[in-house]
Ligand binder design. Structure first.
Ligand SMILES: C[S@@+](CC[C@H](N)C(=O)[O-])C[C@H]1O[C@@H](n2cnc3c(N)ncnc32)[C@H](O)[C@@H]1O
Length: 440
């Protein structure tokens, strides 16, 4: 057939090129997925129109072989396929967990089960599922300190806390792991080592669905809300889709319905929640492009740098902001500075003679045109400072990517987070520039 060389041909080629990026590469022929499908079928899972595939941008996910309409069921996974604390209690670990004092948490019970089953290899009834689980994760707990240092605040602090929390979980679980020795030929110290626990913790943190189970006395008081859902847990996240999910008591299956459309052969995406990128990175180890829920945080330290220490009311203003919880969660978003950030800036910008009206400002009132103008001008300066700081970190990352080949994947993740932050800040700067021109 003759190739179309004109505008229509170019458009068609561009569409085809774009489509090939959006479509995934089907990998359902791979042995591990064939085995998983067989395993699921034995547990009552009806073959759906979903196929495992590799996608540009989101990685491994599920593609649909049939167009989905709002209201369609994406997947219905029978209870028998779910891995919960009931699964753990009915395994050989059950008796040990029931006798152990102080009781272990539901999370530790699940981690222990995953590690034990992985160690069992061919003997594990869960092998087909374990074989498709990721070998490594990109949650902050798995990042090197050099990479964590490049994260913005307050994520950096939360990442360090996550790392320490897993270290503490390991330290406090050692005696329990040792108590399992009668079940294993190999030393429990070798089986339940730190990296095994880190892997199991990340598996649960990034892949479980929410399913509340009643409290059982053999577990500590931490909520028992986890279930691992093989195959269903191959669904990736998009902040732009809506789904309904839950356990259906009638069908005794965990079901997900879509409220959005999805074209044939495209990736089926679900929404893990209205999370910003810092939360997505912390909880799931990834960043979403153009995430409408994302924002850039302004710390109290940065905010206060823009106000004179000679202001006699500075101390009083800071304590008002602190008492009314206006020194945290101050952000720049896709729509400019948040109302909270502008309010904090307005209180700090109050002239001596206006100070008495701080309460009105906290309620959203205008004090004076001068006060409004100064708050907007300061917001623009802070935004510019954050733009330069983010550009500086991006430069550091690109240098490190050249020098530290082993950190490349993790650095690329932080780079993506910082680049998304830069986009938000640039958008905010543009909005502020227009607002400042309007009030000048
Ligand atoms: C429930 S699993 C989804 C399946 C996963 N991609 C896999 O290969 O097993 C959640 C993990 O998928 C990845 N993920 C989910 N949504 C993503 C997205 N929009 N972009 C990139 N990675 C995503 C993250 O690594 C996250 O921790």
């Amino acid at each position: 057939m003759k190739k179309s060389r004109g505008r229509t041909g170019r458009k068609r080629r561009r569409r085809k090129h774009l489509k090939s990026f959006m479509d995934g590469v089907n990998c359902s022929h791979k042995l591990e997925y064939i085995k998983l499908k067989k395993w699921l079928k034995e547990r009552g899972f009806e073959d759906s129109n979903l196929r495992p595939a590799e996608f540009w941008g989101t990685g491994r996910g599920l593609m649909t072989t049939k167009a989905l309409q709002a209201g369609d069921v994406i997947i219905s996974l029978p209870e028998k396929c779910l891995l919960t604390t009931s699964t753990v209690l009915s395994s050989c670990l059950g008796g040990h967990i029931e006798n152990w004092k102080p009781p272990v948490s539901p999370l530790l019970a699940l981690c222990t089960f995953l590690i034990a089953e992985k160690h069992a290899g061919e003997k594990s009834p869960w092998k087909p599922y374990l074989d498709v689980l990721p070998k490594t994760y990109t949650c902050p707990a798995c990042l090197e300190p050099d990479v964590i240092n490049l994260l913005p605040n307050p994520l950096k602090k939360k990442a360090q806390e996550q790392k320490m929390m897993i270290q503490e979980l390991f330290r406090s679980s050692r005696a329990f792991f040792s108590s399992l020795q009668p079940l294993f030929a190999e030393s429990t110290g070798t089986i339940f080592n730190f990296s095994a626990l880190e892997w199991a913790w990340c598996t649960i943190n990034t892949r479980t669905i929410y399913m509340k189970h009643p409290h059982r006395d053999c577990f500590s008081l931490e909520p028992d809300v986890y279930a691992l859902a093989p195959y269903l847990d191959l669904l990736n996240h998009s902040p732009n889709v809506q789904v309904t999910a839950g356990f259906n008591e009638q069908t005794r299956s965990y079901e997900i319905w879509t409220n959005s459309q999805c074209k044939k052969y495209q990736e089926v995406l679900i929404c893990y929640g209205p999370h910003d990128n810092q939360r997505l990175l912390l909880e799931y180890g990834f960043v979403a492009l153009d995430n409408p829920h994302s924002s850039v945080y302004v710390s109290a330290d940065i905010l206060l740098k823009y106000f004179s220490p000679l202001d006699k009311q500075r101390k009083a203003k800071v304590s008002i902001l602190k008492d009314h919880d206006f020194l945290e969660n101050l952000t720049f978003g896709w729509e400019g500075p948040s109302w909270r950030l502008l309010t904090a800036l307005k209180v700090l910008s109050l002239a001596a003679e206006e100070f008495a009206c701080w309460r009105r400002i906290l309620l959203g009132d205008v004090s004076s045109a001068r006060n409004e103008q100064q708050a907007l001008a300061t917001a623009a300066k802070i935004c510019q400072f954050l733009i330069e700081e983010t550009q500086h970190v991006l430069l550091q990352i690109s240098q490190l990517k050249r020098d530290r080949e082993n950190l490349k994947t993790h650095l690329a993740l932080v780079e993506m987070l910082r680049s998304e932050d830069l986009k938000i800040l640039q958008k905010s700067a543009e909005i502020l520039c227009n607002l400042n021109l309007g009030t000048a």
